[in-house]
Ligand binder design. Structure first.
Ligand code: ZN
Length: 87
């Protein structure tokens, strides 16, 4: 039995810079392990370091369990997933 995975677009922020990236993650809530909702395309308005506005496309979802997950949660889940796959 394996957990289904999905590749989703999220915004990565490092040292105050943000850019879109896609990561593959197990499709379960990172907080309780329950099923996630269906991802939907959404846009985010961001100001870049040089004060230009960018519109980024991301995947957004809400969980039936009610937990809200930030990009940070998704990256942490992705890192754990990659570590597990590599072992
Ligand atoms: Zn949850």
């Amino acid at each position: 039995m394996s957990t289904p995975t999905r590749r989703v677009r999220v915004i990565e922020t490092v040292h105050g810079k943000a850019w879109p990236t896609s990561v593959e993650v197990p499709w379960v809530c990172s907080k309780c392990g329950g099923p996630r909702g269906e991802p939907k395309e959404a846009t985010r308005q961001l100001w870049t370091m040089d004060h230009r506005r960018r519109t980024l496309t991301v995947d957004d979802w809400s969980n039936p369990c009610g937990h809200h997950e930030s990009s940070r949660d998704v990256f942490a889940q992705h890192a754990a997933f990659v570590a597990e796959e590599g072992s």
